[in-house]
Design a protein around this ligand. Structure first.
Ligand code: PMP
Length: 408
């Protein structure tokens, strides 16, 4: 049908999964999924999440009343501390002057996507510049989220296929020629789909350029702690922009780092110049949210605040989070070693250099199609593979397939 024809051209992981589900081969491998899998290929619910849920169930004083429009107050406070830096909680390191000075407004939203959408709607209504620059390439939903909110979406150069790394000069050039005040979408860490992040030094140059042109940073933080295993390190890009006292927006997701995908837990924080502006921003955010979904769901946010509030549970979470990040990093090393072991032509060092859940392999759409047909390996046609979908058992099969695809 015409819809299927149109869908087949899209680079959606969901389309990849539909094709994967139909494949009867026992050797099939789905590397299109954007969710963590264990070494056994199973979805994971963190122990600390199970424990928090049990505590919530056992607490008979808990009711199912509506949350306020902006969500659960504790959740909002703790989420802002997690990404921006904490003040009093010793187990959340660092200090954010913006929080201390009450310059941050945080609203609970429907995971990362909902946080981006609420932020986009707010900007479309209240910000003077309606152009947003997103990296090329970026997560497929960005264009739609911002476009449908009424912003004009433009791209800035990001990925260089020749080096399989950052096109830093192109990025600077494009931001330099953006109109003053334009919004710029930045992936806080673990850029999706490329796995390529700027270095700290490059972030500093980006910050200086953006501040000198009054460009407004809108961070998408979908992988805090999931990239390096360290919550502070993965938030450093955001914190650099907060430390200079300027404005920024941050959309946070707890889908990956707490494994709460389907619970749809996230937060939008808007860092303002003064406490007075932050108060007015909150009023406007309520007017954006109210006609969209009235107020957010209670369960997932309660899990997150239970964990972040309690020092022991927080530490337990960081250990489980690091284990997920380490497994992904180990998959990178194993795949790299397997390709080197096979003498596969090409420089595959980008597999170990790239960060986060995804690797942009550099395989072209024909090679991707070949691997699907001959090896039953499924990935998006841009050659992006989810490292979380791999295991020590499946690495040799993938390495064989890549070797065959590039040598045929
Ligand atoms: N931003 C990026 C870059 C992502 O990769 C994702 C998840 N794939 C999201 C936002 C949103 O995810 P969610 O809405 O599930 O939190």
């Amino acid at each position: 049908c015409s819809l299927c024809v149109r869908l087949s051209f899209l680079n959606f992981p969901v389309v990849v999964t539909v094709a994967y589900n139909k494949d009867p081969s026992p050797a099939k491998l789905n590397l299109g999924v954007g969710a963590y899998r264990t070494e056994e290929g199973k979805p994971l619910v963190l122990n600390v999440v199970r424990r928090a849920e049990q505590m919530l169930v056992n607490d008979s004083s808990r009711v199912k009343e509506y949350l306020p429009i902006v969500g659960l107050a504790d959740f909002n406070k703790l989420s802002a501390k997690l990404i921006l830096g904490a003040d009093r909680l010793v187990y959340l390191h660092g200090t954010s002057p913006a929080i201390q000075e009450n310059r941050v407004t945080t609203v609970q939203c429907l995971s990362g996507t909902g946080s981006l959408r609420v932020g986009a709607e707010f900007l479309a209504r209240h910000y003077h510049q309606h152009t947003i620059y997103i990296p090329l390439p970026t997560w497929g939903n960005h264009t739609k989220v911002f476009g449908l909110a009424g912003l004009s979406v433009k791209t800035y150069r990001y990925y260089d296929p020749a080096t399989r790394g950052l096109n830093f000069e192109g990025l600077l050039e494009d931001l330099r020629s953006a109109p003053s005040g334009a919004i710029v979408l930045l992936h806080a860490c673990a850029h999706n789909p490329t796995g390529v992040d700027p270095t700290t030094h490059q972030w500093e140059q980006i910050r200086q350029l953006m501040r000198s042109k009054a460009l407004l940073p809108f961070f998408d933080s979908a992988y805090q702690g999931f990239a390096s295993g360290n919550l502070d390190a993965d938030a450093e890009s955001v914190r650099m922009f907060v430390r200079d006292g300027g404005e920024c927006l941050v959309a946070q997701s707890f889908a990956k780092n707490m494994g709460l995908y389907g619970e749809r837990v996230g937060a939008l924080s808007i860092v303002c110049r003064t406490a007075d502006v932050a108060g007015r921003v909150e009023s406007q955010l309520k007017l954006v949210i109210r006609p969209m979904y009235s107020n957010p769901p209670i369960h997932g946010a309660s899990i997150v605040s239970t964990i972040l509030k309690d020092r022991t549970m927080f530490q337990e979470w960081t250990i489980e989070l690091k284990a997920m990040a380490d497994r992904i990093i180990s998959m990178r090393q194993q795949l790299f070693d397997a390709l080197r072991g096979r003498g596969t032509p090409g420089d595959w060092s980008h597999i170990i250099k790239q960060i986060g859940m995804f690797t942009f392999t550099g395989l072209n759409s024909e090679q991707v199609a070949f691997m699907r047909k001959e090896y039953h390996i499924y990935m998006t046609s841009d050659g992006r593979i989810s490292m979380a979908g791999l295991s020590s058992r499946t690495v040799p099969h993938l390495a064989d397939a890549i070797h065959a695809a590039v040598t045929r």
